[in-house]
Design a protein around this ligand. Structure first.
Ligand SMILES: Cc1cc2nc3c(=O)[nH]c(=O)nc-3n(C[C@H](O)[C@H](O)[C@H](O)COP(=O)(O)OP(=O)(O)OC[C@H]3O[C@@H](n4cnc5c(N)ncnc54)[C@H](O)[C@@H]3O)c2cc1C
Length: 467
């Protein structure tokens, strides 16, 4: 995700086979034998940034904490790939959005001694479907339409009835009476400004509430060694148990019992930080069942798609002073391969990253890697000609098909109940707590929102004096 518009506008059983991540190897939380509650750990489910922030805070406050993570790695939707040894790549989150001092990740990155740099939306080039660079009159049309679209959204948000974002914009800008070029640009802006940003299809995003989040000011900062430096830093010394797929949480007694593929573990409380898409799938069974308002919140919010396709070339054949390459597709290819990030300037590597979100991003997941690369190359050849080299390698994400993510991040869907995120975040019975990006009403969708939600949930546990 990007922030273009904002910036423009301003144990029990031994739990055998556990992989540790700096854990002390203790077997905290054994079931059976009448272990007194005070000796039991707080159980955190998920070792993404929210789970690790929560676990860190609790451990620093002197609590015994066990983190159960389904994957064989830390980080969740922060995933730094080391497949290309000279070029670590982020397959999930890329940027600290708004790197000012108010953003808690700014200080965290400094503590972790992360090597970072910034990209800029001002360094961009825009191409039309046939590959010509938009001339100044065409760019002026794009600027005018951007203003018209924003005004249409603002005007619509004065009303009380909701509508799909695309309908509200189409009506507000009188889309039906625009010439075809303006219609294509309008669709391009809806796709890149809203769908790539919020991950949901513009036909499902709530026109009233899709952008109810807040932003930090500052630049867009990325990690030269990958975002994973933050999750590794937070996880130091914690008891993180990998390959523990949680399937059930029983909170009907004074203690909680969590079931994984490896056994059960008991705790004084459980913090659930799995993604919204995992909660929606019903992969974790709660006993007692989750209350109706919680279920309505879970099912009312949307889980969107944003996928990445990194292509590595033998040489950079594009303008390496640009960070962003925008492509306005033909009407029939709306929402396809419209936005590219060049890593050439910031890393010196001949790598392009194509983003695809919402419906198209989702449909791509059904294709093989070579089919996806072929489609990406069609666009690049339209821009740069047929003589450009073929990529030497690629890395492609499928976040919606990932059973431990089930999407890229949450979005405010048309029809979501009021206060859904606050309801989602609310603890149950002083024993079950919720964190994760989707639970943060102010900064949902983001790493900083997930991080802050983890701190909030840790404080809830500490204030409830559960042990
Ligand atoms: C392609 C992409 C690009 C993004 N770009 C940005 C960006 O540039 N900047 C930004 O701020 N945000 C970005 N985001 C969003 C950001 O990555 C997320 O908001 C954030 O990482 C979510 O953290 P979390 O801890 O809430 O969830 P997660 O990181 O998903 O952590 C949840 C953990 O729970 C685990 N889990 C799931 N099911 C189970 C189970 N049954 N048992 C045990 N464990 C389970 C998962 O494996 C995972 O490790 C992006 C996301 C994607 C996908």
């Amino acid at each position: 995700m990007k922030r273009r518009e904002f910036l423009a506008m301003a144990g029990g059983l031994a739990l055998a086979g556990c992989g540790g991540a700096g854990g002390d190897g203790q077997s905290g939380g054994q079931t059976g034998g009448g272990t007194p509650p005070a000796a039991l750990p707080v159980i955190v489910i998920g070792a993404g940034i929210a789970g690790l922030a929560t676990a860190r805070q609790l451990a620093d406050a002197g609590k015994k904490v066990v983190v159960l993570e389904a994957r064989n790695r830390l980080g969740g939707r922060i995933h730094t790939s080391s497949k290309w040894v000279d070029a670590p790549l982020d397959l999930g989150a890329t940027w600290i959005h708004g790197d000012g001092a108010a953003n808690p990740l700014t200080g965290l990155a400094q503590k972790a001694a992360a090597r970072t740099t910034t990209t800029s939306f001002a360094r961009d080039t825009a191409y039309d479907a046939d590959g010509h660079i938009l001339i100044s009159a065409e760019q002026a049309t794009m600027t005018r339409l951007r203003t018209e679209i924003r005004a249409a959204v603002t005007a619509y948000q004065e009303s009380t009835s909701d509508a799909p974002l695309r309908d509200a914009i189409y009506r507000g800008v009188d889309y039906a009476n625009k010439v075809p070029f303006e219609q294509r640009l309008t669709d391009h802006l809806i796709n890149t400004t809203y769908e790539h940003e919020y991950s949901g299809p513009a036909t499902e995003l709530s026109a009233l509430n899709f952008d109810s989040d807040s932003r930090f000011t500052g630049d867009e900062r990325l990690f030269l060694d990958g975002y994973g430096v933050l999750t590794s830093y937070l996880a130091k010394g914690l008891d993180v148990r990998l390959e523990q797929v949680v399937s059930a949480i029983n909170y009907s007694n004074e203690t909680v019992t969590v079931t994984t593929g490896q056994g059960t573990i008991q705790g004084t409380a459980v913090l659930v930080t799995v993604p919204l898409g995992v909660l929606q799938s019903g992969a974790i069974q709660f006993s007692p069942a989750l209350p109706a308002d919680k279920l309505n919140a879970i099912n009312g919010l949307g889980m969107g798609t944003l996928n990445k396709c990194y292509l590595r070339f033998p040489v950079a054949f594009w303008d390496t002073s640009a960070d962003w390459i925008n492509y306005v597709p033909a009407a029939a290819n709306r929402g396809e391969w419209a936005e590219w990030l060049s890593l050439a300037r910031v890393t010196g590597k001949p790598v392009l990253l194509g983003f695809n979100a919402a419906d198209y991003g989702r449909s791509l997941e059904k294709l093989s890697d070579s089919e996806i690369v072929a489609r990406a190359m069609q666009t690049l050849r339209a821009i740069y000609g047929n003589a450009i080299p073929a990529p030497v390698d690629w890395q492609i994400t499928r976040w919606m098909s990932d059973p431990f993510a089930r999407g890229a991040y949450s979005f405010n869907k048309l029809g979501a109940p009021a206060g859904a995120r606050t309801t989602l975040a609310a603890p149950l019975s002083r024993r079950v707590y919720f964190a994760g990006e989707a639970t943060d009403a102010k900064y949902f969708q983001s790493v900083h929102g997930a991080y802050l939600s983890g701190l909030r949930a840790a404080n809830e546990v500490l204030n409830q004096k559960t042990t």
